[in-house]
Design a protein around this ligand. Sequence first.
Ligand code: FNR
Length: 378
Amino acid sequence: PEIYLNGLAEQTPPFTTDPTALDAAAREVLDDGPYWYVAGSAGSGATDRANREAFDRRRLIPRMLTGATERSLRTTVLGQELAAPVLLAPIGVQSILHDDGELATARAAASVGVPMILSTASSHSIEDVAAASGTGPRWYQLYWPNDDDLTVSLLDRAKKNGYTALVVTLDTWTLAWRPHDLDLSYLPFIRGVGCAVTFSDPVFRAGLEKSPEEDLMAAVLTWVPLYTGTDKTWDRLPFLREHWDGPIVLKGIQHPDDARRAADAGMDGIVVSNHGGRQVDGAIASLDALPEIVAAVGDRIDVLFDSGVRTGADVLKALALGAKAVLYGRPFAYGLALGGEDGVRHVLRSLLADLDLTLGLSGHRTPAELRPGDLTPR
Ligand code: FNR
């Protein structure tokens, strides 16, 4: 109603309310490097496209006369109550999209009550983004450094700054073959963008001869090997448990056996994700991986989902297949590019309104009601 009423005063939304049109709108305002860093994916883009096709192949089957005028999006994930089954996916280097970067995103997310997952590759420090979040809900995403002291320091800082869950991303221990970025020779980290969390860390700084402010290149060259290549295997997970007393979620799971290992290792949840098709080109569509994973571990741990979610209907499809909540990725990044804090807020409020209407019109009162039978078979 708000949007239609604004129309009476000849006020239209700041930019499109169609989440599938944000990409083209952002293309108009971004330079090639930043645009393709966000829009691009690995290799031929096959998995990025497959993510969307997997949603398009499945259709909701609406139910009538269910009393769905009364409804709520509230959801419990990892024992935490969320305003909706939606979180902002961890997206690094947001200052390539807008000067305020993660600070704008944090303010917008807090104002809507949707948790922001702060990336280790953020362009602002943990402390500054937490201050921008205020009392807003927030989780911390770890790229797991090849240095235990630094890891412990990052976890301590996240804890001290009010981050209530840890998301450990496993699928990006090195960057994939991303032709758009290679063709443009565009990599934000080379210029120190996306290194703020680490550059502001006391353990990292203690290991440098000159501070990152004095010698950026030396700091970047120290940063790169910390986050590239990996000595991590499943037997290292107890280390994280030891140093983080809240819930831990493993992000990047695509195989049911890995989901079982996560549950066996005492993890609290997983994110079924292929990083938006940005890592393994030719990998299974994330939505196609979801049902078997839910069958394997859905009764033991919370299964979250991302990769390809664009509309309210997409959220419902993932919920019907057993996800507890979804992470929203590229669309909010385009909103940031198009309008900073207001842009992220517009994208988020539009998604939640679309989700609420589509939930009700398909005959449901809560996100937890959705079942596989509410979808057409593959
Ligand atoms: C990401 N993603 C990501 N994931 C993560 O764990 N840490 C990170 O720093 C980033 N950075 C990042 C940057 C950009 C520009 C993009 C587009 C993505 C992956 C992200 O969390 C999520 O998995 C995908 O964005 C989901 O796919 P869709 O919905 O964007 O297609």
